[in-house]
Design a protein around this ligand. Structure first.
Ligand SMILES: [Zn+2]
Length: 155
């Protein structure tokens, strides 16, 4: 008899939230979904001066690096989708090779963090019940009769 989810008090027609303006939405280059800036990772292309043939895409979680930014969810899935679609090149107007080493490392770190948090708590929750381990020996102590059991006599 639980009330599962109490219906939100939003009546029909009142979908505009008063604070909507505070959270500008960005589009993830991987899954193409729009999401809040805080859920997405900003990536900025940094050209290395010496070799303009390659730019390095660096994660910019603080959102402070200058230049054109691209946004993805910090997950391997979205990253790979964006790579496959060459979305970075288009979003950042780059015709050159893009070095994603730093981005991959960042996404890996984020995902590992989540994994540990999720599996660490409940995974090792094995109850240790070992009752009667010591008591079990008490009965055999009086079993001296067993020495002369018929089983041990050879024919
Ligand atoms: Zn995404």
């Amino acid at each position: 008899m639980e009330k599962a989810v109490s219906p939100t008090t939003a009546g029909p027609g009142t979908t505009t939230s008063p604070r909507g303006a505070q959270a500008p939405l960005r589009t993830c280059l991987g899954c193409r979904r729009r999401d809040q800036r805080s859920s997405l990772l900003r990536l900025v292309a940094q050209g290395s001066g010496s070799s303009p043939s390659t730019v390095t895409l660096v994660p910019d979680p603080a959102g402070r690096l200058p230049g054109r930014g691209a946004w993805i969810h910090p997950t391997t899935e979205c990253l790979e989708q964006a790579v496959r679609r060459r979305a970075f090149g288009r979003a950042l107007r780059l015709a050159t090779g893009i070095d994603l080493g730093q981005v991959r490392a960042y996404v890996d770190a984020v995902e590992n963090e989540h994994d540990e948090r999720e599996s660490g708590g409940c995974g090792r929750h094995l109850p240790r019940h070992r009752r009667g381990a010591g008591d079990a020996g008490m009965e055999t102590e009086s079993g001296l009769d067993a020495d002369e059991s018929p089983m041990s006599t050879h024919q």
